[in-house]
Design a binder for this molecule. Structure first.
Ligand SMILES: NC(=O)c1ccc[n+]([C@@H]2O[C@H](COP(=O)([O-])OP(=O)(O)OC[C@H]3O[C@@H](n4cnc5c(N)ncnc54)[C@H](O)[C@@H]3O)[C@@H](O)[C@H]2O)c1
Length: 402
């Protein structure tokens, strides 16, 4: 079995490593630095399990049948399956995901391997895969939703909550190929997981409805916190009391500045766009709630800043979560934008950012001077590094986790 993976980001690389334990895998990317890192068995992303797996392969202790290339013609030749894990960013002008990188990868795969089954792992609009099959006159395209979390990408694929593959239900060969791909994922995993094979449009809906539910939960506890803060109540006590109901549960309930990261903001907007002429209230409210929350947080920060003689707002980390290695669409950026729009200067402490400025605001790596200069310190997630300036810190990280 020979498998190609298009894209070596969180999704593509974790799947490439997982599948390379049992099959020959070639990872294809368009960024030379990523391919070069993989050729040295170094991970281009921060993920403990991926780094460990690549180190095991480098030392020969735990070999992986994995190679990487920039050459699509070579990488996609003689393969049985191709997994597409390229970015799909929400395009606000068209109100839909930009799926051009998926289509570029599909075209390159098809040019090199006319018979391979292509499995789209990128998140796409509901109905996209069926339309693509139709538009290209190509039966051999499947969709499999990806549920991993950044930073735990390989871990989540080794211990999956479920494996879902979507196919063309009217085509027995498509359904059979979906079952074969699901088996490959199941064989690579360390735990057994429920396997569901369904129509590709249903599988696409599963992905967007799952993420919108997670966003709804975040938005709910954030709005509870907004209420408690506005009425002088202890939000942590209220949340604890609510969540001891086993039907609610005590997971994923820590307030923040809003849901953020690469997936939830864009996936909720995409699902709302998919509703188009279908009646809804909740989906739109989930999208709106995130904006309202950031407005509220920014107002709270501005109120604190207005009490200062020379207001300077410090942003402690641009990342979404503790331990994250990127800050795509992190909610603190939305707060920062609102604060700056009111003319209040911002100083950013972000040790992983080498540029001296971030959207026109100074970036520093010097934590001590950051703590001294900033009058208010805004932290989406608490860190003990801030313990000595706790009086300056504005955070809603009530439970000091995730
Ligand atoms: N990050 C997550 O937590 C997560 C979870 C589930 C689903 N997804 C979805 O999976 C997709 C990929 O996400 P990601 O986080 O892995 O993205 P990423 O940005 O980390 O990685 C994408 C990779 O694709 C490469 N690429 C772009 N165009 C290409 C092309 N034509 N051919 C080959 N490679 C190409 C990029 O250079 C990059 O290395 C997105 O649709 C995302 O919504 C992401």
């Amino acid at each position: 079995m020979r498998i190609a993976v298009a894209g070596t980001g969180y999704v593509g690389l974790s799947l490439a490593v997982l599948l390379a334990r049992g099959s020959e895998v070639v990872a294809v990317d368009v960024v030379p630095a990523k391919v070069e890192a993989l050729a040295r068995w170094e991970s281009p992303i921060r993920d403990a399990e991926i780094e460990e797996a690549l180190a095991g392969a480098a030392s020969g202790e735990r070999p992986l049948a994995l190679s990487a290339t920039l050459d699509a013609g070579e990488g996609y030749r003689n393969i049985d399956f191709a997994v597409v894990a390229t970015p799909t960013d929400y395009d606000p002008a068209r109100n839909f995901f930009n799926t051009s990188s998926v289509e570029a990868a599909v075209a390159a795969i098809r040019a090199a391997s006319p018979e391979a089954w292509i499995v789209v792992k990128s998140t796409v609009p509901v109905g996209y895969t069926a339309q693509l099959r139709e538009r290209l006159g190509d039966r051999r395209i499947l969709f499999s939703p990806e549920f991993l979390r950044e930073g735990r990408a390989l871990h989540d694929n080794l211990h999956p909550s479920r494996i879902i593959v979507g196919a063309d239900e009217s085509d027995p060969e498509s359904m059979e190929a979906a079952r074969r791909f699901a088996n490959l994922l199941a064989e690579g995993a360390e735990d057994e997981a429920p396997v569901l094979v369904m129509g590709s449009t249903e599988a696409e809906a599963v992905k967007l409805f799952a993420n919108t539910f997670l966003a709804l939960r975040v938005a709910y506890f954030n709005e509870l916190d907004t209420y408690a803060s506005s009425r002088g109540l202890d939000a942590a006590r209220v949340i604890e009391g609510v969540c001891l109901d086993p039907r609610v549960g005590s997971h994923y309930n820590n307030p923040s500045f809003g849901y953020g990261g690469y997936c939830l903001p864009k996936d909720t907007k995409q699902l709302l766009a998919n509703y188009a002429d279908v009646p809804q209230n909740v989906m739109g409210a989930v999208v709106d709630a995130n904006r309202t929350r950031k407005d509220f947080v920014a107002d709270q920060v501005l109120e604190r800043a207005s009490a200062l003689e020379e207001p300077l707002v410090g942003v402690y980390r641009l990342t979404m979560k503790t331990g994250s290695d990127n800050f795509r669409a992190s909610s603190v950026q939305g707060v920062m934008k609102r604060v700056k729009a009111k003319g209040v200067p911002v100083l950013v402490y972000e040790p992983t950012l080498s540029a001296p400025e971030f959207f026109g605001s100074e970036v520093t790596h010097d934590l001590e001077s950051f703590k001294e200069r900033a009058g208010v310190i805004v932290a989406n997630r608490w860190s003990d590094e801030l313990a000595d300036v706790v009086g300056k810190v504005y955070t809603r990280d009530l439970f000091k986790r995730d």
